[in-house]
Design a protein around this ligand. Structure first.
Ligand code: NOJ
Length: 716
C-alpha cells in the first residue's frame, strides 16, 4: 500500500480519527443495527466512529471479524482498524506471570511462549498485543510487579528482546505486533502505590530503567506505550524530552507511540494542562501518536491547527506511522490477518500449547526452602492437598481476561492425574482473600493432614491481589492462612507449602514454620501438573528469583544492585552502630535476587580470569567449573556479577552481567565461561556519557546475588 498517497486522500477529521483509539463498546448496536454505545456523550459522530484507527480488547474471532467487516462497509477509504489487546502472559493458554518468566532465566522458552500467545491470539482476532511490559521493579508493594521480569536491567533486557521476537517474528503468519510499555519508569511509583509520582535522577533512569525499553526498540518492536507517571515532573504522554528526544531521536524509534488508557486527559488531573486542548497539544508535541480511550485529539486538533499551535504535518506524521503499521501487518490485503473461527478452535488450548505452558511453569517455579522432604516419593500412600489455591482454576494471575479459569488444570486435578483418584484427598482449609476471617474449615483440614502421609499446602495471594491498581501496604501472608499453616504443619510435618503469588511476599514466619516452600508464582493453565512434577521429582526446580523477597514490608523498595553507601551494614544481624541498618528488624532480605534451590547440590571452583589486566578495547574470560555433587540431575543458573570497586560516581555493589542455565547429571561437571568486554563495565559518568573507567573490578560467579567468591582484574 502506498500509505503516503492514501494519507493525502484523508480529510483532517479522518486523519484525527486514525490516531484515536476507542473501546469496543462504542461500536455496540441493538437488533436493528442502530448504535447503542455512548458515542454521543463523547461528541463522536457515526461517521467519525467508522474512521477510528484502532480498537482495544475485542474478544473472540467471530466478534473481531464481524466488527471489522461492519466497519469496512462504512469506512470510505477501506482502511482497516488495528485490533489491539492485552495478551500479557498467554492468550487462552496461560503461562506464568512475567516475574516467573524472569525467574526461569530461560529466554528461549520465554520466546516460545510469546510466540504461542501470538499464535492463539492472532487466530482469535488480535493484531497487536500491549506487551511486553518491561518496567524495572524494586518495590513489591506495587501490584504490577507481576507483569515485569523483575529488578535487574540485564535480565529485563534479555527477556524484553525474547518477548518482542516471540510475538512479532517477521510479523507474518500467526504473529502479532508488540507494544513495549510503559515508558518510562512506571515501576518506580513512590511507596509502591499504583499511578503515584515517579521522581528520579536522569542517571538512575538511564542506567536502570530505560535499558529494557531500548532493548525492545532494538529488537524491532512496532509500538511503544507511554506510562501514567511523571518523568522529571512531566507525565510521559506529554513529555517531549522522553518520547521525541530520547525514544525517537536518540534511539531511532520510528514506529507508533500510544498513550495509556485515559492518560492524555489525565494531563489535566496531573496539573500540567489547563484543559483538554492543552493536553492534546502537549501529547501531540511529544509525538504521542495514538490517544487511547479519550477523545481530546478529536475535539481539539482542528482548532489547534487553526490557531497555528499545531501543524497539519505533525498529524500527518502520526497518521502515516499508523497507516504504515497497518501495512506491515498486511491488513490492507487481509483486514482479518490470521483470524479464523475454525482454526481458533483447533489451536487455542491445544495439547502442544498446554505442554509448553506446563514446562514454563516448571521452569519458573523457585524452591525457596527444603528441609529434605521434597521431592515426595511417588509411592506415597496418601496425599492431602489443602488450601485456597488447591482446587481452583484461579491460579492464572491478573491479566488473563481472555482465559477461562475452567480450562486450568488445578493442583488437585494435577495430583489426581499423577497419583490416581484414591490417593489424593482434598480440604479447603481457609480463604486467601485479604478480608476473610472464617476459620470454620481449618479443623477439617488439620484432621485430613493428620490422616495422610504427605501434605501439599497451597497458600498465597488471590489473583486480584496483584496487577493494575492492586497495591499493598502489607505484603505478608494473611493471618488466617498463617493459622492454617501452623496447624497443618503441626499435625503433619511432612508438609510442603506451595506458594501462589503475583509479587514477592515477606514470609519470614512461613520460612520458619514450613518444612519446604515451592514458589509457583501464578503458574497458569498447567499450574497443577507443573506443581505435581516438581513436588514428586519428575523435574528438579530450576527457577531463581527475579526479584528480591524482603524480610518485611518496611524494607521495600529493596534490590540487590544497590550502592554501598558510606556505612553499609556489616552483617545480617540487627545492628545499632551508625550504619545503614534497621533497629527493629533485619536489614537484609529474606531471599536475595537470583536465589533458588533444587534437588541437587552444586560445587563451584574459584573464579578464574584469563588475565589480571584488560585493555579498554580488549576482553578477558572469566570461568568457573561447576560440579553436580548431589544425587539428581538438575539445572543450575550460573550467574556472573561485576563490581566496579571505585569510579568517578558510585557504582552498585554488584551487577548481573551474564548467566548460563546448565543441566548436570550427578558427578558431572562443566566449565562455564563468560567474556567480559568494556560494554559490561560501562556506566554513566557525571556528564551522563557512558564510559568505562580504568581501575579495579571484581568478578563474582555463583548461584545467586549473595555470592562472595570473586577474582579481580584491572582495567588499564
Ligand atoms: C492500562 C494499563 O496500564 C496498560 O498496561 C494496558 O495495556 C491498557 N490499560 C489497556 O488495557
Amino acid at each position: 500500500m502506498d500509505c503516503k498517497k492514501l494519507l493525502k486522500k484523508l480529510t483532517l477529521k479522518e486523519k484525527v480519527m486514525q490516531i484515536t483509539q476507542l473501546i469496543p463498546r462504542m461500536f455496540d448496536t441493538d437488533d436493528t443495527g442502530a448504535l447503542t454505545g455512548p458515542i454521543a456523550s463523547l461528541n463522536i459522530s457515526e461517521e467519525d466512529l467508522y474512521n477510528t484507527g484502532s480498537v482495544l480488547n475485542v474478544y473472540g474471532a467471530q466478534k473481531s471479524i464481524s466488527l471489522q467487516n461492519r466497519y469496512l462497509e462504512r469506512n470510505k477509504h477501506k482502511i482497516p482498524m488495528i485490533i489491539m489487546q492485552d495478551v500479557i502472559h498467554g492468550y487462552k493458554t496461560i503461562y506464568p506471570i512475567q516475574l516467573g518468566l524472569g525467574a526461569s532465566f530461560n529466554q528461549e522458552m520465554v520466546k516460545e511462549c510469546s510466540s504461542m500467545a501470538a499464535k492463539e491470539s492472532s487466530v482469535d482476532g488480535v493484531h497487536l498485543t500491549f506487551a511486553p511490559m518491561v518496567d524495572l521493579v524494586r518495590d513489591a508493594r506495587w501490584g504490577r510487579v507481576m507483569e515485569s521480569t523483575g529488578e535487574d536491567p540485564y535480565l529485563n533486557c534479555v527477556m524484553s528482546k525474547a518477548q518482542v521476537e516471540g510475538y512479532q517474528g517477521d510479523l507474518g503468519k500467526y504473529k502479532v505486533a508488540g507494544c513495549v510499555k510503559h515508558i518510562a519508569a512506571y515501576g518506580a511509583s513512590e511507596s509502591g502505590l499504583d499511578y503515584n509520582t515517579v521522581d528520579m535522577s536522569e542517571r538512575t533512569l538511564r542506567e536502570y530503567y530505560l535499558p529494557a525499553y531500548k532493548a525492545a526498540v532494538d529488537a524491532g518492536v512496532e509500538m511503544v506505550m507511554t506510562s501514567f507517571n511523571t518523568v522529571e515532573g512531566i507525565p510521559s504522554v506529554g513529555n517531549k524530552w522522553l518520547v521525541d528526544d530520547v525514544l525517537r531521536k536518540e534511539w531511532g524509534f520510528n514506529g507508533v507511540v500510544i498513550s495509556d488508557f485515559n492518560a492524555v486527559r489525565e494531563l489535566i488531573t496531573h496539573g500540567v494542562a489547563k484543559d483538554g486542548k492543552q493536553a492534546a497539544l502537549m501529547s501531540i508535541n511529544a509525538t504521542t501518536d495514538i490517544e487511547m480511550a479519550t477523545t481530546e485529539y478529536l475535539q481539539n486538533v482542528e482548532q489547534l491547527i487553526k490557531e497555528g499551535k499545531l501543524s497539519e504535518k505533525q498529524i500527518d506524521d502520526a497518521v502515516l506511522r499508523v497507516l504504515e503499521l497497518k501495512d506491515k501487518l498486511g491488513l490492507f490485503e487481509n483486514p482479518h490477518k490470521d483470524t479464523d473461527v475454525e482454526l481458533a478452535k483447533e489451536i487455542v488450548l491445544c495439547k502442544e500449547h498446554r505442554d509448553l505452558a506446563r514446562k514454563m511453569a516448571e521452569e519458573s517455579a523457585v524452591l525457596l526452602k527444603n528441609n529434605g522432604i521434597l521431592p515426595f516419593n511417588k509411592n506415597v500412600k496418601s496425599v492431602a492437598v489443602i488450601g485456597p489455591h488447591a482446587n481452583t482454576g484461579n491460579i492464572n494471575g491478573f491479566w488473563s481476561y481472555s482465559a477461562d479459569p475452567k480450562n486450568t488444570t488445578t493442583v488437585l486435578q494435577g495430583l489426581k492425574n499423577y497419583l490416581g483418584e484414591d490417593r489424593v484427598k482434598y480440604a479447603f482449609g481457609c480463604s486467601a482473600v485479604l478480608t476473610d476471617t472464617d476459620q470454620s474449615q481449618i479443623d477439617e483440614a488439620v484432621n485430613l493432614a493428620k490422616s495422610c502421609d504427605a501434605v501439599i499446602l497451597c497458600v498465597g495471594e488471590v489473583e486480584t491481589d496483584s496487577g493494575e491498581a492492586n497495591s499493598k501496604s502489607n505484603i505478608e501472608l494473611t493471618d488466617l492462612q498463617y493459622k492454617l499453616v501452623e496447624r497443618v504443619v503441626e499435625a503433619n510435618p511432612n508438609t510442603a507449602v506451595a506458594l501462589f503469588t503475583g509479587r514477592p511476599l515477606a514470609i519470614v514466619k512461613l520460612n520458619e514454620i514450613a518444612p519446604a516452600i515451592l514458589n509457583m508464582w501464578m503458574p497458569g493453565t498447567e499450574g497443577g501438573p507443573a506443581l505435581t512434577n516438581l513436588m514428586f521429582g519428575e523435574v528438579s526446580p530450576s527457577g531463581r528469583l527475579s526479584m528480591t523477597f524482603p524480610a518485611s514490608t518496611g524494607q521495600c523498595p529493596i534490590y540487590y544492585n544497590h550502592y554501598n553507601t558510606g556505612r553499609p551494614a556489616p552483617n545480617r544481624e540487627i545492628t545499632y552502630g551508625y550504619c545503614a541498618s534497621y533497629i527493629d528488624g533485619p536489614t537484609y532480605p529474606l531471599y536475595p535476587f537470583g536465589y533458588g534451590l533444587t534437588y541437587s547440590e552444586f560445587e563451584y571452583s574459584p573464579v578464574k580470569l584469563s588475565s589480571a589486566n584488560m585493555t579498554i578495547d580488549g576482553s578477558i574470560t572469566a570461568s568457573v567449573t561447576v560440579k553436580n555433587v548431589g544425587k539428581r540431575t538438575a539445572k543450575e543458573v550460573v550467574q556472573m556479577y561485576i563490581r566496579d570497586v571505585y569510579a568517578s560516581v558510585v557504582r552498585p555493589v554488584k551487577e548481573l552481567k551474564g548467566y548460563k542455565k546448565i543441566e548436570l547429571a550427578p558427578n558431572e561437571s562443566q566449565t562455564v565461561e563468560f567474556t567480559i568486554t568494556k560494554e559490561q563495565l560501562e556506566f554513566y559518568g557525571r556528564d551522563l556519557v557512558k564510559r568505562a573507567e580504568a581501575g579495579t573490578f571484581y568478578v563474582f560467579i555463583g548461584k545467586d546475588s549473595d555470592v562472595s567468591e570473586y577474582a579481580e582484574f584491572e582495567l588499564v
